[in-house]
Each structure stands twice: as structure tokens, then as C-alpha cells.
Design a binder for this molecule. Structure first.
Ligand SMILES: Nc1ncnc2c1ncn2[C@@H]1O[C@H](COP(=O)(O)OP(=O)(O)OP(=O)(O)O)[C@@H](O)[C@H]1O
Ligand SMILES: [Mg+2]
Length: 1008
């Protein structure tokens, strides 16, 4: 109606209140028909749900459907039994008021199905814990068990409830179902022994026979054929196409164990069910005297075993009646007819009491057992599924009770619905003219009134001494009343009761209480008991807030899709649906609380959209004026607006439908904006959080570093102050640091070569260690250097070292010679005359160099070659050996300190071959003299002279060479007869600087 319902949902009206022609029964039924055709089985009259039995499975009871109705406003979704269940549940939760859902309608109209749907809805949608799950399971499983024992196939319904059932579901403060309680009303016991044609006994008998395992049936003495049992053949209908007894048996067995029946209990229960069947098969014969005797011994044997009683006692009890006359007990034999009815009475009593026991047992298992939970605090939803109206040609005592019960419920409906509707107008301050309706109170009074009512008369007849019978009762009532008196008395002979009291079957011992035997008080009649229990039921229902489900049966043939108008009109009439509608509509077709109305339609008026800040009533008034409602179309109550005509509401709905599209666009865009903004905000907040967190971490790290730095500085300063003291806690850090930093510095700046003499200055504490390290380092470098040196280079260096020792700082042209490598020889083989080479033979020449020889007398310069041999130095002119000087006769060698190439070889005079000392000049004086010194082993015999050199010219004659420096080399005989040598002062000493390595290394070799 008010929400986005599908077109199909809109077939007809889904609330009869909106019917334009609301007084017309035809229109009412037409609306039912239209909807029924579309499988829309539910329609409201205000808050009352009218439900048509579809006689087929509709896909409207799925979990998704349950979710659709959960927590949603009654009017927001299409009518459904779930909406009623949810509404009751929410009212219970929000208003904390106990609720009840009253389901009424005639037999086969769908009451039991509706009650099961409600239960399933709660089981699935209510919150659950582990314990609650067990309760839910038990609540659900109580249905198949009670249906097996209390339902039967009748002409009207294949699964007709033959007992009344009121079930309380208890909810805790969280709204979870935590327990339950069932009250049962008047089971139709007569069905145990007799069924009309086309009807069956209670389902359990057929289920046991069809489904029971062979072993079990053998134990129970049963055959797998219902035709064998007298109690099952009367209706001549053992099989029903819509019922699968074998399957149902499995369901019942499983349900029994879920509810908490032990295997023993199940066994004893089945013993009783089987014994009822055996009882039915007990046959009597008649003696001549008329007394009955039992002809079927085997049945007695089975019965004795199954019921746990003595066979003889049972046999006697089934054929005799105990009479107490003048204080004496007498056993009076029964005739065949009496015995048969005693047997049936026993069967009914056993079955009836066992059914009550079963209900109690289920109640035990449903009871909430947690001590911390006070069941008084529980909120309750009651569910009433009572047997429906039944009208037959001949109505038995049971039908009388059933229909009486339905009249009472109708009475309650009138009280609560028709009256309360009218009271609402009063409460809202709406002027109102009361609507007339048929009040069925007179019918209820007819049945239950004291003294005058049918029940009173019936009881009176039963108590009356003498031969009271249905006939006498009928005389008083003027109607057909077959079996009323007996059923009302519900008598079971005393000796049968006694026999049952002795039973060893644990269920029967609970069912037949020995106290009953001693209780002298006359038991209440069945009708009075029923009347009283109904009165109690009414009290229970009155204390709760009711919701109504009115079930309608579409046809008597149990067929889907068949709409029997006559039958339906009849039900509409006696259920008072038209009156219900009239009352609802007489005043106003539609009412809604101000907040709900405003909330729904506020978008249709600029003043109320998007929000109305003032009083609700003013808001609604502004809204309806804007919508153009005429004054006669509506009324404003205290809390609700009342709209008289459905078309007014429809017009408003249509306007809303149009408005929704533009609203949807607006909503979409604002939602998109909102969701993006939310997303952005979330991202921003996240970013800020991360930033803050990261900054925090950085700040912590920085603070930590600062703290550590401050500590270090502090320790450092302290250490610095105490640095001269012996090691102590105050200075140890500083000292360690200084050492450490020195060592690290050293590590970074170790000298790379042996010539690098740099070395960091150590702190006082490390002077000694530093020195050691320095030495180690040097040794290491030297060792490495030496390891990598090759033999030629070593030879070269050795010679250079000798040269250094001789000439360093003594002769001016020494530095110039340093960078020039010494060569092995200055003259190769081809430079030396072959003749001479021949003359020298194999003697190895160590060095040869061209020299200039100055004569001793005239100092004439002549080109010669100086050859150094193993033992002598030889002066050669072309191929001629001019002079051979044995090294042994070489006294010494003289050179000047200047940069000339002059040198004098001093030889001993004794050697007459010698012609005196030899004056030579050579380009490579340093190299040549070094070679000579090495070959002749005369390193210490080289004299470096300043100014002049004296030498022996011949025996006893001396010559002198004077050395001076000049700008030009000049060697000539001076006037004083001396040889004058002017040597050029060395211009560039830098060479020396360029090759210090060579010099230093040469000095090193001596140390390695
Ligand atoms: N909502 C439904 N959907 C499908 N089938 C249904 C529905 N309600 C009832 N029926 C059918 O109708 C049959 C009779 O329904 P149900 O047993 O609920 O009737 P009842 O009103 O309880 O009758 P009684 O008064 O005899 O107990 C069900 O067995 C089922 O086949
Ligand atoms: Mg039922």
C-alpha cells in the first residue's frame, strides 16, 4: 500500500479498509477472490489479518521473506502472517507488554499451519545463543509430536487438530526465546475407539504400524497392517494420499529425541499406543447367563506385558464392574455390550491421559531452567491454535465443546476489536456514532450460564439419580444429543482404574494416580471442566495484547485454486468480518500517528520538507492543507490523523509516487556526495593519524638522540676535566673516546708508502703504543715492498746505495746521477776491439766505459776505454791494452767535490809495470767509480777532495790537479804546471728532489 509494492501486490486492496464500497459483502468477497486468484492469500482489515487457505505450497515462507518483514512497519510491506508475528514481537519488545496471536477459523482453514509459520518466524529471526538454539529446536519439534498424537484425518481436514492448544513462548530481555509452555484443551478421545466414515484415528497409530521397524513391531506384538485393528477400520480409510505415515514416523521419532525423550520413555510410550490397538481387538463372547467373557486370549497376553499389569486382573476388570453396596465390594459381571463399552472407556482413558502426560513432558523440556533468569520477568507471546468450527448433520458432544470454544473466542474478538476500535475514537477525541454489530454473548450465555445454560442442564442430568439418559436430556433441550451424557460423565469403572494403578509402565503410573481411588469427591464433568479451562484461557488472553488471524477455507474439497463463494460468504459472516470492517471504516478508513504520517508524506509540502520543527499536529495540518484535503475528508485527533475516504489517501500516495523519483535523484546525489565526503574524511583522518604517529616516532627518536648526545657531551666534558687523573668512572669515557678516536683516525690515515712519514700525534696515554704501531706499520710496509721487489731492481738499488754512501753530500754532481739508472755497461761487444776481446779470452768483463785519459806529463787528453774485469781494471786504446791495474795494487781513488768527471786511480809504486797514478775523465763518473769501488771492493778508498788532488806522476814525482767552478768546462794545463779543471756548477738540483724515493730506499736496504 505505502511502499514500493509490486503491481501484483496491488491486486484489489490489501487492506479491506480501503475498499470503496465497504458495506458491500459482494465487494468484500470480490476482493478476496481477486487476490486469491493471484495467490495473494493475506489481506488486512486494519490490523486483523484475513488468511485464505491456498491448499498448495506458496513460495512465500522463505528466509528472505522473513528478513523482509523483520523490523519493518506493518503497513510498509504486503500483508503476511510474518508481519503479524513481527508486529507482536516488536510490541512486546518496545512496550514490554505480553502479546497473544489468536488464530481462528473453521476446521481446515489453516490455523495450525499459520501457528507453525509464526513459530518458525521466531525461531529463525530472533537472536539466539547456544541454549536458545536448543529451546528453538524443542519449540519447533513439539509440533510434529503433538500433531502425531492429537491430530487426525477428518472429512474437513487431513490434519485436523483434535485438541486445543495454547502455547506461550517466553523471551528474555534480549528478545531471545528462552522457554515455552503449552496448555492443551479437551482432546477428542472418542476418536480412539470410533471414527466416522472417511476419517481416521490419531496419526500416531498409522505412523507406528507403517513406519515402525520390524523388531519394534514384533516386541509390541503388532502386524504391519492397519486393517487388523478394530480401532483403525471404522472409518474405512487407512491410507490418505496427502499423508506419508512412514516418513512422518521418522520425523516424530527424531522430534521425540530432540525434545529429550529417552529410549526407555519412547519404548513405554509405544507400549501404551500398541496396547490401545490390542485393547480394540479384545473380543467378547456371551454366556448363557448374559455375562461377557473374553474370546481373545492372545490380546490379553500382549496387554498384560505391554501395560505391565497382571493378566487375570485385567481380564476380570474388562468383564466385571465393582459395586460398593452397603460398604461391601461386589463384582458384578458385565454383559457383552457393557464390557465392550468398559473396554473402550479404558482405551480412551489410557490414550487421553497419556496425551496429557506427553504435553507435561514437553513442557518440562521447554521450561527455562536457568536460576538466574526469573521467568516472571520474561515477556511472553501466546499462540492460540484451537480446533475450528465444525457443523455436522449430527453434532456430537465434542463438536458441542469445539463450537462453544469458538463462540468464546468470537466473543473475545468482539470485546477487543469492535469495542476497542470505538474506544480509540473516544480516546482521540473524535466525534463518533457507535456502529451496531452482532454480539454473540447470548450464544455463550446459552451454553455456560448458571442453572439455565446447556452445561448446567447436562451436569444436572448426569447427577440426577435414576435412569438419566440422552433422551431425558433431549427432552429438556429439544435437540439431538447422542452420547452426550456418557461423554460428559467420562466414566471409567473403578476396577479398571485399579488395574491401571498397578501398572508397571512408568508413564501409566504417572497417569493413573492411586489417590484418585481414595478420592470420594465426584469428579467434575467433562463439560464443566472444559468450561472452567476456557474461562481460564480467556483470562490469560485478556491479560495480553491480541493480534488476530482470521483463517478462511476456500472450499470443502481441499483443492487449490477453488473459490467456493457460498462457503466463503458463510465464513465471512460468522467471523464477523464485515462488522469488523464497518466499525473500522464507519469513522475513518485510515489512521496514522502524526509522526508516521508526517514522516511519510512530508516531502509533498515545502513547509514540512525536509524537516518540521514545530508541533507534529501543526505539521500534519500544514501538510494536508497544502495537499488540498477538504475539511470533511479528515480529522485530527490527539495523536493521530484520521482520513475518511480511501481515495484521499490514494491521491496522496500517487503524489508521493511521483515525488519519489525526484527525491530518489536528490537522495542519490546527496548520498554520493555524502559517501565521497565520508570517504575523503576517513582518508584524511587516516593520513593525519599516520602523520601524527610518524611525527611522534621521529620526535621520540630525536629526543632520544638528543638525550644521548647530551649525556655524551656531559661525560665528555667531565672526562676532559678529569683527563689527567688516573682512570676513574668520571674520565673513562673520555679516555676511551680519545683512544678510540685516535685509533680510528690512525686507521683512516695510515701511511700508504714507506716514504710517507706522516703519523697522527697520539694522546699521552697512547704514545708508547703509537710508536709500536708506527714501527709495526713501517715494517709491514717495508716487508711488503721488499716482497714485491725484483732482482734487477734490487741490484740497481744496491749499486745506488753504494753510490750514495760514497758520494752523497760530498760531490756536487752526485744528485744529478741519482735519477739516472746505472747500466750494466756503457760499451757493448761491438764497441770493443775484437783483438782485445781475443786477448782477454774468457775473462768476464764486468763493466766498460769510454774515458779520457790525461797524460802525466803534458796532460794531453786521449780517448781510452776503461774495462772492469774480475780482478783488475784495464785501460784500452783501440785494440791495445795500455794499462792493467790489479785491484790489489789500487791504493785509492780520488775525485773532486765539484761536478767534473775527473778522477785519479792511485796505484802502488812497487809495481814497476805501473807508470804511476792514472788521471781519467768520464761522463758517468759516479756510475763508473761506484762500479770500480764494488769490483775492487774499495768503497772506503775513495777520497773526495776540495780544491786539488795530488797524485804520483812517476816514482817520487808528484802532479796536482786544481779544481775550480766556472761557467764553462775547461781542462787544461795551467801555468804552474798543475792540471786545472773548471767545472760547471750544477744548475738544477731539483732532480734530486724528484727522486727522493730512490735515495731513501737505497738507504733503507741497509736496514732491512
Ligand atoms: N498457508 C498455507 N499454505 C499451504 N497450505 C496450507 C496453508 N494453510 C493450510 N494449508 C493446507 O490446509 C491444511 C489444513 O490446515 P490446518 O491444519 O492448518 O487447518 P486448521 O485450521 O488447523 O484445521 P483444524 O481446525 O481442523 O485443525 C493443511 O494441512 C495444508 O495442507
Ligand atoms: Mg489445526
Amino acid at each position: 500500500m505505502e511502499s514500493a509494492l509490486t503491481a501484483r501486490d496491488r491486486v484489489g486492496v490489501q487492506d479491506f479498509v480501503l475498499l470503496e464500497n465497504y458495506t458491500s459483502e459482494v465487494a468484500f468477497i470480490e476482493n478476496l477472490r481477486k487476490r486469491f486468484k493471484e495467490n495473494l492469500i493475506y489481506t488486512y482489515i486494519g490490523s486483523v489479518l484475513v488468511s485464505m487457505n491456498p491448499y498448495k505450497d506458496l513460495e512465500i515462507y522463505t528466509k528472505q521473506h522473513m528478513e523482509r518483514y523483520r523490523g519493518v512497519n506493518f503497513y510498509e510491506v504486503s500483508p503476511h502472517i510474518y508481519a503479524v508475528a513481527d508486529n507482536a514481537y516488536r510490541s512486546m519488545r518496545t512496550e514490554r507488554r505480553d502479546q497473544c496471536i489468536l488464530i481462528s477459523g473453521e476446521s481446515g482453514a489453516g490455523k495450525t499451519e499459520a501457528s507453525k509459520k509464526v513459530l518458525q518466524y521466531y525461531a529463525i529471526t530472533c537472536p539466539a545463543s547456544e541454549h536458545v538454539q536448543t529451546v528453538k529446536d524443542r519449540l519447533l519439534q513439539s509440533n510434529p509430536v503433538l500433531e502425531a498424537f492429537g491430530n487426525a484425518k477428518t472429512l474437513r481436514n487431513d490434519n485436523s487438530s483434535r485438541f486445543g492448544k495454547y502455547m506461550d513462548i517466553q523471551f528474555d530481555f534480549k528478545g531471545a526465546p528462552v522457554g515455552g509452555h503449552i496448555i492443551n484443551y479437551l482432546l477428542e478421545k472418542s476418536r480412539v475407539v470410533h471414527q466416522s466414515h472417511g476419517e481416521r484415528n490419531f496419526h500416531i497409530f498409522y505412523q507406528l504400524i507403517e513406519g515402525g521397524e520390524e523388531d519394534l513391531l514384533r516386541r509390541l506384538g503388532l502386524e504391519k497392517n492397519p486393517q487388523q485393528y478394530q480401532y483403525l477400520v471404522k472409518g474405512n480409510c487407512p491410507k490418505v494420499s496427502s499423508i506419508n505415515d512412514r516418513n512422518d514416523w521418522k520425523i516424530v521419532r527424531k522430534a521425540l529425541s530432540i525434545i529429550g525423550f529417552t529410549d526407555d520413555e519412547v519404548e513405554e510410550l509405544l507400549n501404551i499406543i500398541a496396547s490401545v490397538l490390542h485393547l480394540g481387538n479384545v473380543q467378547y463372547g456371551g454366556e448363557d447367563s448374559g455375562s461377557a467373557y473374553i474370546t481373545t486370549e492372545t490380546q490379553i497376553k500382549y496387554l498384560a506385558r505391554l501395560l505391565g499389569v497382571d493378566g487375570t486382573v485385567l481380564k476380570e476388570a474388562l468383564t466385571h464392574k465393582k459395586i460398593i453396596a452397603k460398604g461391601e465390594e461386589l463384582m458384578s459381571p458385565l454383559n457383552q455390550e457393557q464390557a465392550a463399552s468398559a473396554r473402550d472407556a479404558l482405551s480412551k482413558a489410557i490414550y487421553g491421559r497419556t496425551f496429557t502426560w506427553l504435553v507435561n513432558k514437553i513442557n518440562d523440556s521447554l521450561a527455562f531452567k536457568d536460576d538466574s533468569f526469573n521467568s516472571k520477568n520474561a515477556s511472553v507471546i501466546g499462540l492460540l491454535d484451537i480446533y475450528g468450527f465444525e457443523v455436522f448433520q449430527n453434532n456430537s458432544f465434542e463438536q458441542f465443546c469445539i463450537n462453544y470454544c469458538n463462540e468464546k473466542l468470537q466473543q473475545l474478538f468482539i470485546e477487543l476489536t469492535l469495542k476497542s476500535e470505538q474506544e480509540e475514537y473516544e480516546a482521540e477525541g473524535i466525534t463518533w456514532e457507535p456502529v451496531q454489530y452482532f454480539n454473540n454473548k447470548i450464544i455463550c450465555d446459552l451454553v455456560e450460564e448458571k442453572f439455565k445454560g446447556i452445561i448446567s442442564i447436562l451436569d444436572e442430568e448426569c447427577l440426577r439419580p435414576g435412569d438419566a439418559s440422552d433422551i431425558t436430556f433431549l427432552e429438556k433441550l429439544e435437540d439431538t444429543v447422542g452420547g452426550f451424557l456418557d461423554k460428559n460423565n467420562d466414566l471409567l469403572f473403578r476396577n479398571l482404574k485399579e488395574a491401571m494403578c498397578m501398572s508397571e509402565n512408568k508413564i501409566l503410573t504417572q497417569c493413573f494416580d492411586r489417590e484418585e481411588l481414595t478420592d470420594k469427591k465426584r469428579p467434575e464433568t467433562a463439560a464443566t471442566q472444559f468450561k472452567n479451562s476456557l474461562a481460564k484461557l480467556m483470562e490469560i488472553l485478556m491479560s495480553k495484547e491480541p493480534s488476530y488471524v482470521r483463517c478462511i477455507k476456500p472450499n470443502d474439497a481441499k483443492q487449490a485454486g477453488r473459490f467456493d463463494e457460498v462457503l466463503i460468504r458463510h465464513q465471512v459472516k460468522y467471523l464477523g468480518l464485515m462488522e469488523n470492517l464497518r466499525v473500522r471504516r464507519a469513522g475513518f478508513a485510515y489512521r496514522r500517528r502524526y509522526e508516521t504520517f508526517l514522516q511519510r508524506y512530508k516531502s509533498l509540502c515545502p513547509d514540512t520538507w525536509p524537516n518540521w520543527d514545530g508541533r507534529l499536529v501543526d505539521g500534519v495540518s500544514t501538510l494536508v492543507k497544502h495537499l488540498g484535503y477538504k475539511p470533511e475528508e479528515y480529522k485530527l485527533g490527539r495523536t493521530k490523523i484520521f482520513i475518511r475516504f480511501p481515495k484521499t489517501l490514494f491521491a496522496t500516495e500517487d503524489a508521493l509516487e511521483v515525488r519519489k523519483h525526484s527525491l530518489a535523484t536528490q537522495l542519490q546525489s546527496s548520498w554520493k556526495g555524502y559517501s565521497q565526503k565520508t570517504k575523503y574524511r576517513k582518508m584524511r583522518q587516516s593520513a593525519i593519524k599516520i602523520q601524527a604517529w610518524w611525527r611522534g616516532i621521529l620526535a621520540c627518536r630525536k629526543a632520544k638522540r638528543r638525550r644521548e648526545a647530551a649525556n655524551t657531551i656531559r661525560r665528555f666534558i667531565k672526562g676532559f676535566i678529569y683527563r689527567h687523573q688516573p682512570r676513574c668512572p668520571e674520565n673513562e669515557y673520555f679516555l676511551d673516546y680519545v683512544r678510540y678516536s685516535f685509533l680510528m683516525k690512525l686507521h683512516r690515515s695510515l701511511p700508504k708508502t714507506v716514504l710517507d712519514k706522516s703519523w697522527p700525534t697520539p694522546p699521552p696515554a697512547l704514545v708508547e703504543a703509537s710508536e709500536q704501531l708506527r714501527k709495526l706499520c713501517m715494517q709491514n710496509m717495508v716487508w711488503k715492498y721488499c716482497k714485491n721487489i725484483n732482482p734487477e731492481w734490487k741490484h740497481q738499488l744496491e749499486q745506488k746505495m753504494v753510490a750514495s754512501e760514497i758520494f752523497k753530500d760530498k760531490k756536487d754532481n752526485y744528485p744529478q746521477s741519482v735519477p739516472k739508472l746505472f747500466v750494466d755497461t756503457r760499451l757493448n761487444g761491438e764497441d770493443i776491439n775484437p783483438k782485445l776481446q781475443q786477448a782477454l779470452g774468457n775473462e768476464k768483463m764486468k763493466y766498460a766505459v769510454p774515458v779520457t785519459k790525461y797524460d802525466r806529463n803534458g796532460y794531453k787528453a786521449r780517448n781510452r776505454q776503461l774495462l772492469l774485469m774480475a780482478n783488475s781494471a784495464i785501460i784500452v786504446e783501440e785494440g791495445k791494452l795500455k794499462q792493467c791495474i790489479d785491484y790489489s795494487s789500487l791504493k785509492g781513488i780520488s775525485v773532486s767535490s765539484l761536478s767534473d768527471g775527473m778522477f785519479v786511480l792511485h796505484v802502488t809504486c812497487e809495481d814497476n809495470k805501473q807508470k804511476g797514478d792514472v788521471v781519467l775523465q768520464c761522463e758517468h763518473v759516479i756510475e763508473t767509480l761506484t762500479k770500480v769501488a764494488i769490483c775492487a771492493d774499495k768503497m772506503n778508498s775513495i777520497n773526495i777532495n776540495q780544491g786539488s788532488i795530488k797524485f804520483n806522476v812517476a816514482q817520487g814525482k808528484e802532479g796536482i790537479i786544481d779544481f775550480t767552478s766556472g761557467s764553462e768546462l775547461l781542462i787544461a794545463k795551467a801555468k804552474n804546471g798543475h792540471l786545472s779543471v773548471v767545472s760547471i756548477a750544477p744548475r738544477n738540483n731539483n732532480l734530486y728532489v724528484h727522486f727522493p724515493a730512490l735515495l731513501s730506499l737505497s738507504s733503507l736496504f741497509g736496514k732491512c
